[in-house]
Design a protein around this ligand. Structure first.
Ligand SMILES: *[C@@H]1O[C@H](CO)[C@@H](O)[C@H](O)[C@H]1NC(C)=O
Ligand SMILES: *[C@@H]1O[C@H](CO)[C@@H](O)[C@H](O)[C@H]1NC(C)=O
Length: 493
């Protein structure tokens, strides 16, 4: 490759600044700064290493993008205009991990060099931040530089519409200064029932575009009154190199939280070693279908089967009464203890740092979750990316990526009304507990078939939902929007 002269000059400056900032950081006296008390020297120390390092990075970015020096991307693929992505990056939860997977993809690809991120939506949690892998923290810190003014920026508000400007609760609103200033405003959201409530429809229609993850939401949003011309399908990505079964150790699952531990004497097998482990990860809420899961599992298995159901949960506006909830429910539906004793059942809510999640999935043989509706199904795709066979409801967000070839969809008997909460009256799925029961038995009895499906699941994730692939789709949309906008501006002028 021929390097133009201007690039040489920029590289030379870069090298000089590097040497200078390293010297400064090592407290080496510069030859021009002999009197450390002088204004000049104090100024330089005040500017400091970080500032210089920051400039250095800007400069490298400039070289990379303006001069076509990008190692991985063709210049024509690079979106070299500012993008402000606002999402609950530091909150854990579905929107958060989705948003992280997007910015990781964009940042690693080098295709969106002027990407800025800001926290928005739910409250930031320090414990979540501490558990993030170092490279993800790095990407957030580097991109955390709000760009102002916003008039040439595409802003993406990635959260539930209640957080959008003007927000219904206290948060950094998005877009920060309302809808007028930015070049273009996109709402990224999703919903798990058969419709979207009126307030959210109104908020969606204030956006110039609304990005939803699935055909399911393309339909439910349009049917609820969101302008169909604003709807764009942008699938979620999953970090297939982080959630990868290769070179990951299985984490020995702590044998705490045994639901029937008090009846230990019923069985001498209280350890899950050598057992087939069904893993389930979800918030302790009705929507996740935990009743169905408990019913199907306890009806189907007994202590005679070398099987365990391991639930990892966290409280959802409730006390931590999981064990009592389960025991009360077992009584309510009149389940009797099997002759051979209850099968192993664990429910735990210890905090798992994001960094350790792959080790947890690796410890399981299958993933199961009969939820009544999901916007996308974050643990589902993580499990699939980890090569696990997944048993989950054949409705809502999951239908975008789960098929009978790559997983085990649970038959949906009918749609039923949501009975409580703000979405009372909407419809969602009633997955068949008997089908779930037979699928769990089938997977347990046919581990080789299940394993093969798990491999197909991983293949689907790698081929269709990897950050590389989804980043390209996002960049394509950004370019489409930008060229439409600038064409419009020039005809306006
Ligand atoms: C954006 O705003 C700045 C300052 O208000 C102004 O100088 C600039 O021309 C504007 N750019 C566009 C593209 O309107
Ligand atoms: C899942 O849903 C699809 C589409 O409605 C249907 O064709 C398929 O038979 C369903 N599979 C199961 C197991 O219910």
């Amino acid at each position: 490759m021929r390097i133009p002269r201007r690039n040489c000059a920029i590289w030379l400056t870069t090298v000089l600044i590097t040497v200078f900032s390293v010297a400064l950081s090592l407290q080496i006296r510069s030859p021009v700064c002999t009197d450390s008390g002088s204004l000049f020297c104090r100024l330089y120390h005040y500017i400091g290493f970080y500032n210089l390092a920051w400039r250095l990075e800007k400069l490298t970015l400039l070289i990379k993008t303006e001069r076509g020096f990008l190692p991985t991307a063709e210049k024509s693929d690079v979106f070299s205009h500012p993008v402000l992505w606002m999402a609950p990056f530091l909150s854990s939860g579905g929107y958060c991990s989705e948003a992280l997977s997007y910015i990781v993809g964009m940042s690693k690809s080098g295709l969106v060099p002027y990407l800025h991120v800001e926290h928005h939506g739910d409250l930031a949690q320090e414990i979540f931040w501490r558990g993030l892998p170092a490279d993800i923290k790095d990407i957030i810190i580097k991109s955390y530089k709000p760009e102002r003014p916003l008039n040439n920026t595409i802003v993406i508000c990635h959260s539930e519409p209640g957080a959008w400007y003007p927000s219904l609760f206290e948060t950094h609103t998005c877009p920060p200064t309302g809808y007028e200033e930015p070049l273009h405003v996109i709402g990224r959201t999703m919903f798990e029932t058969d419709r979207v409530n009126l307030e959210h429809v109104k908020r969606c229609n204030r956006m110039e575009e609304v990005w939803v993850p699935s055909d399911f939401n393309m339909k439910t949003f349009a049917d609820s009154g969101v302008d169909p011309s604003k709807l764009v399908k942008v699938v979620q990505s999953v970090d297939v190199s982080f959630f990868s079964p290769h070179d990951v150790e299985a984490f020995p699952l702590p044998e705490t939280g045994q639901v029937f531990a008090l009846e230990k004497e019923e069985s001498d097998r209280t350890s899950i070693i050598d057992h087939f482990i069904f893993l389930s990860i979800f918030k302790w809420e009705y929507r996740k279908g935990w009743h169905l899961l408990i019913k199907a599992y306890l009806r189907e298995f007994s202590a005679k089967d070398r099987v365990a159901l391991y639930i990892l949960t966290n409280a959802y506006h409730t006390d931590r009464t999981y064990r009592d909830d389960i025991i009360a429910y077992v009584k309510e539906i009149g389940l009797k203890k099997p002759v051979h004793g209850w099968p192993l059942l664990y429910v735990n809510d210890y905090h798992i740092p994001q960094l350790r999640l792959p080790n947890i999935y690796k410890a399981a043989n299958a993933f199961v979750l009969p939820s009544r509706g999901e916007g996308w199904g974050r643990p589902h795709v993580e499990a699939m990316s980890m090569g696990l066979p997944v048993i989950a409801t054949n409705w809502s967000g999951m239908t975008e990526y789960m098929t009978e070839t790559n997983s085990y969809p649970i038959y949906v008997e009918r749609l039923v009304e949501v009975e409580e909460g703000p979405f009372k009256g909407h419809l969602w799925a009633e997955p068949s507990a008997t089908h779930l029961q037979s699928l769990m038995r089938h997977v347990f009895m046919n581990p080789l078939e299940a394993e093969a499906k798990g491999q197909l699941a991983r293949k689907t994730m790698v081929e269709k939902y990897s950050p590389e692939i989804v980043t390209k789709q996002i960049v394509g949309h950004l370019m489409r929007i930008h060229s439409k906008k600038t064409a419009k501006c020039s005809t306006d002028a």
